[in-house]
Design a protein around this ligand. Structure first.
Ligand code: SGN
Ligand code: CA
Length: 520
């Protein structure tokens, strides 16, 4: 039987079905009480529709699927505020945005003096490290080691901000480099006498989906089916109609789809030029050799209307998947390293994204809305000796901090708003698990023009209030209308549901102490 290490804080059902309890012989218990390490891999804008363990239509992600097969896949995993900085702040504090103070990407700087789970893990004897995208505007605190990207970072020959507050350029492709640095830290830089927690934060799959040159030619023969809601008319949903994240109108031909010379936003074209200028001669030659013939072909076609819209969707899907190939390969490298280094048996591996993303659903890219595709975020966890299969309970990214603390045997401070997922990972089915989730998005007016909103979702219904320069309520019956096309807020048939959902929303706002900050 495989050697499995026991949790320090709680007994786990072990691989092979054995259950460790308090009556284990003392010596055996002591031998096995080796603390778990934590390897937390978070990507950016990677959505469950583009992971084969969640959705078979588009992507093939064997290494991500391996985590799901050897551990658990959460079917109902959500964020608290679907945007990078806010999402990261919720994750690291275990608190909603109004409690951690990082509401949006445009106005906020993370208060690094506040309590975070890496600091609490350090107090519990862990060594902590962070490598990759940070996006919280102040320098990281609570990490023994960190190397972060300035802002969104660059896919090619990226800069890193080091702990000495220097900016250093590294040659190569970012997803590989973040993985190289992560493996290097685990292998050669950490204190091997301590348990560790490593946060590997990728830029991929963030806009503008620039793939590694070795993957550019993939998926060119594929034509992807349009999502069912690709031609949504937003009837009955004024906030959905007002957004600026449409593939047809807002996805830029040059910046997003690499059609140099095509019509588009000048600032974005300059941004893209800057990205190309980071490349060395070899990278640039491979890039041009691939995209130039597509540019020539695109010019000849003179596409407009529906044909242009669908052409953009196909190019978007291909670029996203090419970028994803590196991500999946590099997750595989981390898993292989953990095996080779003998760490897999006492390391919790987590895979998640800072939020979901639209892959043409409602005609969109980007995120922000409390609608399913961006409210949902992928979540896989592999805990040695823990449950295998799927977990259907409703979980949120504020739950990660208490999970890690409980796993480390550290106390969970009272003011953490998330709930430890450890009972679920142990295969328990707690009778009092939460039955609804709270959401609040603030970044407006801003890029993509998604209006401010908050709401509640339970296993069947979702109530959303869009506010600020609008006052609109939406109610969805997710069973009858999984694509959220029919706002039934004013439908008399849903009067009782509406009342109950309002009550649930009020209860959550009281419980989480959200004064509904209608910032202007
Ligand atoms: C950038 C992107 C946006 C994206 C935000 C936030 N524009 O501003 O499309 O919504 O980041 O993304 S870009 O022209 O700079 O690519 S987040 O994931 O970091 O929150
Ligand atoms: Ca993001």
């Amino acid at each position: 039987m495989k050697k499995v290490h026991l949790l320090t804080a709680a007994a786990l059902p072990l691989a092979g079905g054995a259950i460790f309890t308090a009556c284990q012989p003392k010596q055996q218990k002591q031998e096995q009480q080796k603390p778990f390490n934590i390897v937390y891999i978070m990507t950016d804008d990677h959505t469950a529709q583009m992971m084969s363990c969640y959705d078979q239509r588009y992507a093939h992600t064997p290494n991500l699927d391996r985590i799901a097969q050897e551990g658990v896949l959460f079917t109902n995993s959500f964020v608290a505020n679907s945007l990078s900085g806010p999402s990261r702040a919720c994750m690291i504090t275990g608190k909603h945005s109004h409690k951690n103070g990082f509401y949006d990407n445009t106005h906020c700087k993370f208060d690094g003096t506040q309590q975070t789970f890496p600091k609490l893990l350090q107090q519990a004897g862990y060594e902590t490290a962070l490598i990759g995208k940070w996006h919280l505007e102040t320098l990281p605190t609570g990490f023994d080691h960190w190397e972060i990207l300035p802002g969104q970072g660059s896919y090619y020959n990226p800069d890193f901000i080091t702990q000495e507050n220097d900016t250093v350029q590294v040659h190569g492709y970012l997803t590989n480099i973040i993985t190289d640095k992560s493996i290097e830290w685990m292998e050669n830089q950490r204190d091997k006498n301590k348990p560790f927690c490593l946060l590997i934060h990728h830029k991929a799959q963030h806009r503008n989906w620039m793939a590694d040159t070795c993957n550019l030619r993939l998926y060119e023969d594929k034509t992807f089916p349009l999502p069912d809601t690709f031609y949504d008319d937003y009837e009955g949903r004024p906030a959905a109609a007002a957004q600026e994240m449409s593939i047809l109108k807002d996805m830029d031909l040059v910046y997003d789809l690499k059609m140099t010379g095509a019509e588009g936003n000048k600032g974005l074209a300059q941004g893209y030029e800057g990205m190309l200028n980071r490349m060395d001669a070899e990278q640039r030659a491979a890039w041009d050799a691939f995209y130039n013939p597509i540019i020539e072909d695109f010019k000849k076609q003179h596409l407009t209307g529906k044909a242009l819209y669908e052409w953009k969707f196909q190019r978007y899907m291909r670029d996203y998947l090419k970028t994803l190939k590196s991500l999946d390969d590099n997750v595989g490298r981390v898993l292989d390293y953990l095996d080779k280094a003998g760490l897999a048996e006492n390391t919790l591996v987590i895979y998640t994204s800072d939020q979901g993303f639209y892959m043409g659903e409602h005609g969109w890219f980007d995120k922000r809305f409390m609608y399913e595709e961006s409210f949902h975020t992928p979540l896989l966890m592999r805990l040695p000796g823990g449950k295998k299969g799927t977990i259907d309970q409703m979980v949120q990214n504020i739950d990660y901090a208490p999970t890690f603390l409980e796993l480390a045997g550290a106390p969970i401070p009272e003011d953490i708003q998330g709930v430890s997922l450890l009972p679920l990972l142990k295969g328990e089915n707690p009778a009092d698990w939460r039955t609804s989730l709270y959401y609040h998005f603030y970044e407006y007016p801003a890029e993509h023009m998604v209006k401010r909103h908050y709401g509640v979702r339970n296993d069947r219904y979702k109530l959303i209030h869009f506010y600020n320069d609008i006052d609109e309520w939406e109610l969805y019956d997710l069973k009858e209308d999984p694509h959220e096309l029919h706002n039934v807020y004013s439908d008399p048939a849903y009067a009782e549901v509406k009342k109950q959902m309002h009550h649930e929303l009020d209860s959550l706002q009281i419980m989480y102490d959200d004064p509904i900050r209608e910032l202007n």
